[in-house]
Design a protein around this ligand. Structure first.
Ligand code: ZN
Length: 228
């Protein structure tokens, strides 16, 4: 997307952009009508149009204006955002506008869970870049199955030091700050055991402090590169 915008700013693959400030719609800070280039670049017939709401623009601080302008320029460059763009405000266009607007919280979705860290992750194009924004590890709970790419298979975790199957298991999920699943780590512990007469305890008991401590949340906004 960044490359697309850079090309657009260099005049590649876009029509001219007219910017006006006559948008009086109550809940619209700005609208950009994308016009695809038609024919040769030289003989394009129509311009793209951005229409700002002057009153709402006046209420934005400098970072909010940067956020909004980047958002609208991405539309001009041919990025409409997700199908739920104006319902959720958490797609790439919204997130990159906010994050690259020095972590502005303005516009729809500005208070999404994990806030700036989530915007950072959504605006990052691959897992390595997303990891710079922080990460989450959390325990999940459910049937004791394991998936090696061929669908869920029964997992052989045992209670009572290896004699009884677990009734329920927990496993660790690793997530980017925007909730993108990055990895899952087996069925690590037995959450519940049938525990017949004489049962001692599960082989690895969920809730053991050492396991609980494996939860992790570094999506805390503090050290994000664009928030300083
Ligand atoms: Zn938009």
């Amino acid at each position: 997307m960044a490359l697309g915008l850079r090309n657009a700013l260099a005049g590649v693959g876009v029509t001219n952009l007219k910017i006006a400030c006559g948008n009086n719609c109550t809940n619209s800070t700005a609208q950009t009508k994308y016009q695809a280039p038609t024919g040769s670049h030289r003989w394009k017939l129509f311009d793209s149009k951005m229409n700002l709401n002057a009153a709402m623009w006046d209420n934005l601080d400098a970072n909010g204006r940067c956020n909004l302008m980047l958002h609208e320029l991405l539309h001009w460059a041919g990025f409409p955002g997700s199908p739920t763009h104006d319902d959720t405000g958490d797609d790439e266009v919204y997130s990159c506008g906010r994050y690259c607007g020095k972590c502005s919280a303005a516009l729809l979705g500005g208070n999404r869970p994990h806030g700036r860290s989530a915007d950072c992750a959504t605006c990052s194009s691959n897992p390595v870049k997303k990891a710079v924004c922080g990460s989450l590890k959390k325990w999940m709970s459910g049937p004791c199955t394991v998936n090696f790419g061929m669908g869920p298979q029964p997992f052989a975790a045992k209670c009572d030091w290896g004699t009884e199957p677990c009734a329920n298991c927990q496993w660790l999920q690793s997530l980017s700050c925007d909730g993108t699943l990055q990895g899952e780590f087996g069925n690590i512990c037995c959450e519940a055991c049938p525990c017949p007469a004489g049962c001692v305890q599960p082989s690895i008991v969920c809730g053991w402090p050492g396991l609980v401590a494996m939860e992790w949340d570094t999506c805390i906004d503090g050290a994000l590169p664009h928030c300083r």
